[in-house]
Write a protein that binds this ligand. Sequence first.
Ligand SMILES: [Zn+2]
Length: 454
Amino acid sequence: MAPIRLHDTRSGELRELVAPSDGRVGIYACGPTVYGRIHVGNARPFVVYSLLKRFLEHEGHDVTLVINITDVNDKIYDAAGRLDVPSADLAAEMAAYYKADTDALGLGRPDAEPLASETIETIVALIAELIARGHAYAVDGDVYFRVRSDADYGSLSRRAIDEMNQGEESDPPTHSNRKEDPLDFALWKAHKDGEDTVWFAPWGRGRPGWHIECSAMAEELLGVGFEIHGGGNDLVFPHHENEAAQTRMARGTELAQIWMHNGMLQFGEEKMAKSVGNVALLHAVVDEFGRNALIMLFAGAHYRQPMAFDDMRMMEALARVARVRDAARGLVDGESPATMRPLRDAFFAALADDFNTAAALGALFEWINERHKRRDEPVGRGDLVEMLSMLGLQNLAEHGSEAGAEEQELLEEREAARAARNYAEADRLRDELRARGWEVRDGPDGPELVRIEQ
Ligand SMILES: [Zn+2]
């Protein structure tokens, strides 16, 4: 296996992925809080970590990808209250939408998608361990993590301890008065009026805090010290800092080896968040432009960089999809020419170097340029299919993308109609082809059918 290096937020450096001898790699990525349909920004981590899994599998690893679903949260209570529906019903409905919306990306599902509401027993046991070790304390039914008891607190986000704010100001003032230190954060929240879900714990009825959910779910499914913990870079502090601290203090060891963070999507100048009005919902974007173009857009940027999102960029991505499909037409089955092999190798080398899909895509398009220089010789599709499979875009090179016999017949009828100057009939046949998803285009060997991207 070639060495694979990834940027680790904790060390601020590229670190080599070290997998056990059996090649098993665990990836845990923080998933959505389900209180509404997800926007296209939520799809970025889903795509990044799903593609990373594909790449690691290509390199011979046996990967387990876990992406959780937060289905107990203040935002869910608030949204359910506004809609006057039970919060558990809203969360279940939105979790189902989240699965349907991400299914439409055609990248498969993560290996596990744990729900906070189904992990309560494990969460309670982890909190009890923190209390027993003196790193957490119960007050009036709340439980708080004692931040200053962790000498390494702040090591992930690399901030000085006195510059931190847990952002729990939405709690009533009496709440923060219960803390020994304003820096402490909630592991368990005592039941409050207006909250319609409740669980029982030795220190009282209530519900878990957000950070402890992920520590518990990650450990339950991947153990501690697993290879990669991921998520959006808006989660570095406090969420991931707190996850790391909880596990370190409860288990005496680090939760994950590499902490990997993707950049945010930007709509104009603003971060894509549901609090911003200009939200593009994932299902609407996929309906309008298709999953191929959206994956092409995500792959075109380095995962760590912020990424601009607008219609113009989606149109550009659509054009790139068409370029790939165009190049794939006319390829023959079998291996690609050995002289083009270095471009295929450059594609995978770019992925091994901090998962640089943007550079990898550059190599793929160079491969396509080389393919066009060989118009007069048979070129095998092998390398192109291998590269596209890594991106979940192998469909662009499949035989299925060629028009069927019926479409070819319609094309011939249209040519006959044109030759007979029956333009109305020719237009009718063109429209029928369009309705079937094919555009007539004039190629060097006469008219040909090209798949309409959607
Ligand atoms: Zn999380």
